[in-house]
Write a protein that binds this ligand. Structure first.
Ligand code: 6PG
Length: 220
């Protein structure tokens, strides 16, 4: 598999926004990341391209909370992206308000065999991606595209997440990371040997090319 590519700039959010807009214009299936880092990229993308009407949007993971909960990854996308668009994409929300196993089964059924073109991920300080946390059984789920499990970090709510096979089969993976607090995780996940202690490092085992978009602080 190709080694990850590193794109270091003072404006990684702008670079990722441009990738999102290009994917929208190609009418692709796009997987959004949660957390806080992608907010700036979503805002910039909505400004550059307000018409997402021909794209489909999925989520890499979700916290098991209702969509109007401040911890919801769907809620982040709604505030920073969907509410700013002139035309909405087809949005496939993970139903975090359901019991975890039920939500995972529903999302698995909805996802089916859909080809995911662009997967956007953030990176946790513990090298988690989506809600795949270090040393957890979810890393060994290879016969499903969606699974559920307990949190590995705050917020301490159960999670629904795409599995490694689902992520690594995508057309491409973009990881957006900013800040000095993530520099060690970038080094461990993308420059050292892959291992289950660093789930992000396992992205390199699949066919999807992995591109990192970093500011200088995260690039170390
Ligand atoms: C989540 C995210 C998670 C996130 C990382 C980084 O549900 O929390 O999907 O994988 O991308 O934890 O989060 P920050 O961008 O907030 O640092």
């Amino acid at each position: 598999m190709p080694e990850p590519t590193f794109h270091v700039s003072d404006d990684p959010a702008g670079a990722v926004a441009a990738l999102l807009v290009a994917a929208v214009r190609r009418r692709e299936s796009i997987v959004l990341a949660g957390g806080s880092t992608p907010a700036a990229a979503y805002q910039r993308a909505s400004f550059t391209e307000p018409n997402w009407g021909r794209a489909s949007v999925w989520f890499g993971d979700e916290r098991c909370v209702p969509p109007d909960d401040e911890r919801s990854n769907y809620g982040l996308a709604r505030r920073t992206l969907f509410d700013r668009l002139a035309r909405l994409p087809e949005v496939h929300r993970i139903r975090g308000e359901l019991p975890p196993a039920e939500a995972a089964d529903a999302y698995e059924a909805e996802l089916g065999q859909t080809a995911l073109d662009l997967v956007l991920l953030g990176l946790g300080p513990d090298c988690h991606v989506a809600s795949l946390f270090p040393g957890t059984p979810q890393l060994a789920v290879l016969d499903r595209r969606v699974t559920s499990g307990p949190p590995g970090l705050d917020p301490r709510v159960d999670r629904i997440t795409l599995t490694l096979p689902a992520l690594t089969a995508a057309g491409s993976i973009v990881v957006l990371v900013t800040g000095a607090s993530k520099a060690a995780a970038v080094e461990r996940a993308f420059r050292a040997e892959p291992g289950e202690d660093a789930p992000a490092s396992l992205l390199r085992a699949g066919p999807a090319p992995v591109a990192l978009y970093l500011d200088p602080a995260a690039a170390g």
